[in-house]
Design a protein around this ligand. Structure first.
Ligand code: PLP
Length: 411
C-alpha cells in the first residue's frame, strides 16, 4: 500500500517495539544528556531553527558521511524493528504564501504541532494535497532520493485542480533535500528501511464562505519506516468492491487530495473485518473495469504481457506504477496501459499492486462476487512480481547502476 494510507488506516497499528526513545517519550526513562551532533549544510533555508530543545537521543552507532567525513550519530531507536507508524523526528519544513502569489522562501523548524484557525480552508473544505516519497541510506553513506521531481510535478497538477498555488519543481526538490539532511540521524542504516517523506500542501488561511483559502502552507515532515516486507514478499488478498467507488469521471481521483482518502476507509474497513487486506475498485460508469486499490495501482500479468489500467482522471498516476512499466519494458516484457476488465483479472497468471511504501505487493487472491481466484503458485508470490520488485528496490537503494537517471544523490 502507499504509505499515506498506511499511516492513516493503520495497516500496522502496533508501534515499533519499545525502544529507549519511546520509553523516554513516555517518560519512563530520564531524558538523555544534552548532545547535538547534527551536521547542517549552510543554506539560506537553514537560517531559522528556533531552539533546539533536545529531548531525543543519540547512540554510539555511527554512519560514515562521505561528503563531510564526519560521522553522523544515528537516533537511538531499534532499527531492526521499524514498523510503518509515525515517529516524530527533529525538523519539519514550512513555506507559506498568500492566494494569488507564489511561494518564495521556506524554512526548517523544530518538528511539532502547528496552529490553525478553526476556519482554515483545509479543515472546512478539504483544500489540501499530500505526497509521499522515500530517502534511502546507501552502504557508502550517501543518501538517495527516487525521482523527487515526479512528486513535485504531481503536486503541481493537483494544486491546479484544487485551486492552490504550488512550489516550483526546484523549490519542492530543494525543500525535500533540506528536510532529509536536517533529519539525517533518522534515516535507517542501509538495508533496514527508509526515511518516509510526507509533503503537504494546504489552504491554511481562514475562510467561511466557500472559496479558495487566502493563505497556503507547504509543509514537509519525515518519519523512519521499516522495509515493508521483512521476510520476503508477502501476498495480499483483495476483494472487488461492487457498491462503493473511489473516484468518478470529472472528480479528483487523479490527484492526491486528502479528501479522497477518508472516503475509502469504510470499504477498506469492511474488507478487513472479513479478513481481506484491501479493496479493489471498479470504474463507476460500467462497473466492470479495474481502477486501483485504496492507495496503490494494480497490474495483471498474462504470459509476457503486463497490463495496467490507463490513466484517465480516476486513477492516481503512481510514480512506482510509471517506473515499473519502464523497468518491465527494459526487461523484455510487453506493457499495456488500457481498460482491463474484471474477467481478465480473474484469468491472469499474476496480479500485483504498486505504491511507494510497498514498491510491489503481490496479490495472492482476489474475491469477486463470492468467487475466489488464487495466483502466484504455492507461496502466492509470482515470478514476475518478485523479479520486478528486486529490480526496482535494488535501483532505489543504490545496489545497481542507475541507467534510468532516476536517483538523486544528496551528498
Ligand atoms: C499515492 C497513490 C498511489 C501510488 O503512487 P506512488 O507514487 O507509486 O506512491 C496509488 N494510488 C493512490 C490512490 C495513491 O494515493
Amino acid at each position: 500500500m502507499e504509505s499515506g494510507a498506511v499511516f492513516a488506516a493503520g495497516l500496522h497499528p502496533n508501534p515499533p517495539p519499545c525502544s529507549a526513545h519511546l520509553l523516554r517519550r513516555a517518560k519512563l526513562l530520564p531524558p538523555p544528556p544534552k548532545l547535538f551532533s547534527l551536521q547542517l549544510p549552510k543554506q539560506s533555508h537553514f537560517a531559522s531553527f528556533g531552539n533546539y530543545n533536545n529531548n531525543n537521543n543519540v547512540t554510539s552507532l555511527k554512519v560514515a558521511s562521505p561528503a563531510s567525513n564526519v560521522a553522523v550519530e544515528l537516533a537511538d531507536i531499534d532499527w531492526d524493528n521499524l514498523g510503518f507508524g509515525i515517529m516524530n523526528t527533529d525538523y519539519m519544513y514550512i513555506m507559506k504564501c498568500s492566494h494569488g502569489e507564489n511561494f518564495s522562501k521556506g524554512e526548517l523548524q523544530r518538528f511539532g504541532n502547528i496552529e490553525l484557525s478553526p476556519s482554515a480552508g483545509i479543515l472546512n473544505y478539504g483544500q489540501g494535497l499530500f505526497e509521499g516519497l522515500k530517502a534511502y541510506r546507501k552502504h557508502d553513506g550517501n543518501i538517495l532520493l527516487f525521482r523527487p521531481e515526479e512528486n513535485a510535478q504531481r503536486l503541481r497538477m493537483g494544486a491546479e485542480r484544487m485551486c492552490m498555488p504550488s512550489p516550483t519543481v526546484d523549490q519542492f526538490v530543494e525543500a525535500v533535500k533540506a528536510t532529509v539532511l536536517a533529519n539525517e540521524r533518522w534515516i535507517p542504516p542501509a538495508g533496514k528501511g527508509s526515511l518516509y517523506i510526507r509533503p503537504l500542501l494546504m489552504g491554511t488561511g481562514a475562510v467561511l464562505g466557500l472559496a479558495p483559502a487566502p493563505e497556503y502552507t507547504f509543509l514537509i515532515y519525515v518519519s523512519p519506516v521499516g522495509n515493508y516486507f521483512k521476510e520476503g514478499l508477502a501476498p495480499i488478498n483483495l476483494i472487488v468492491e461492487t457498491e462503493m467507488h473511489r473516484a468518478t469521471p470529472g472528480g479528483t481521483g487523479g490527484v492526491k487530495t486528502i479528501g479522497n482518502y477518508a472516503a475509502v476507509l469504510k470499504a477498506q474497513g469492511a474488507a478487513k473485518a472479513k479478513g481481506y487486506s484491501d479493496v479493489l475498485y471498479l470504474d463507476s460508469v460500467h462497473k466492470k473495469y479495474l481502477e486501483e486499490v485504496s492507495s496503490c495501482n494494480v497490474f495483471v500479468v498474462k504470459g509476457n504481457v503486463i497490463s495496467t489500467p490507463a490513466i484517465k482522471g480516476t486513477i492516481l498516476p503512481g510514480i512506482t506504477r510509471k517506473s515499473i512499466l519502464d523497468v518491465a519494458l527494459s526487461q523484455g516484457f510487453k506493457v499495456e496501459e488500457r481498460l482491463v476488465s474484471v474477467e481478465e483479472l480473474l484469468d491472469a497468471d499474476e496480479v500485483f499492486c504498486t505504491g511507494t511504501a510497498v514498491v510491489i505487493s503481490p496479490v495472492g487472491s482476489i474475491t469477486h462476487l463470492n468467487k475466489r481466484v488464487s495466483y502466484g503458485g504455492s507461496d502466492g508470490v509470482g515470478r514476475v512480481s518478485q523479479q520486478l520488485y528486486s529490480a526496482l528496490t535494488s535501483l532505489q537503494m543504490g545496489l545497481t547502476e542507475d541507467k534510468m537517471g532516476w536517483i538523486v544523490e544528496l551528498k
